[in-house]
Design a protein around this ligand. Sequence first.
Ligand code: AP5
Length: 221
Amino acid sequence: MSKIIVMIGAPGAGKGTQARLLSEKYGYPQISTGDILREMAQADTPEGRDLKQIMAAGKLVSDDVLADLIEKRTSRPDCQNGYILDGYPRTVVQAQQLEEMAAWQKKEVLLVRVVVFEDELMKRLTGRRTCKKCGEIYNINFRPPQIAGVCDRDGGSLSQRADDNAETVKRRLSEYQSATAPLIDYYGRNGRLIEVDGQLPVDEVFEKLCHVIDNFGIRAA
Ligand code: AP5
């Protein structure tokens, strides 16, 4: 049976960093709902403007928008053999929708939680910089590029996300506590959530995740 790898964690826990590495290693597409929504928010339409406002305020986009988005994206041919969800589900309703979707897609779900203490998250998020060309993720405090503002991989310029300022980060963390943290109980009750220490250096977190994924029966591409 093909698989869905689900990355759960607070904003800044390292879901995107790790999902990118896992996608390279296992050949599964990385589906980042944040990236897809940022792209949709560029459109100069009522929907695009709405999304931009919600995300700039650090609030969550509605479950209905997410259900439609995730169903369309995961029905593309590149998802047939499995995929990685980065940033979804984020509410109990989304978790229920994912279970239904996995059942009719005949896919098995692996849930991994990347755990990081809250006081580290603010530093990680306000220090994050992302390459405009390839999406590589840096951090001015923890993982700086060799030349400030320039991607080591392809020389692209690095930018800061609009929602990575201190005020919006506080709001995102509080949304996480109220809407997403209950998922930990929801999944934890069935003993389905595997936890990985996200405070370790990036390569050590990756190693631990690979161990969990290999045990789940997924082979590297
Ligand atoms: P989204 O883009 O998903 O943002 P997020 O969940 O807040 O997560 P981040 O991308 O900020 O963090 P991350 O865990 O991926 O960390 P990263 O690897 O980049 O969502 C944005 C918005 O979209 C939401 O606020 C909401 O409005 C909307 N949205 C998205 N999905 C939704 C959904 N399902 N439902 C409703 N609304 C939705 O790492 C962060 C930094 O830390 C980087 O600089 C990195 O270099 C550094 N770092 C990573 N790992 C380590 C490490 N081990 N040690 C030191 N530094 C590290």
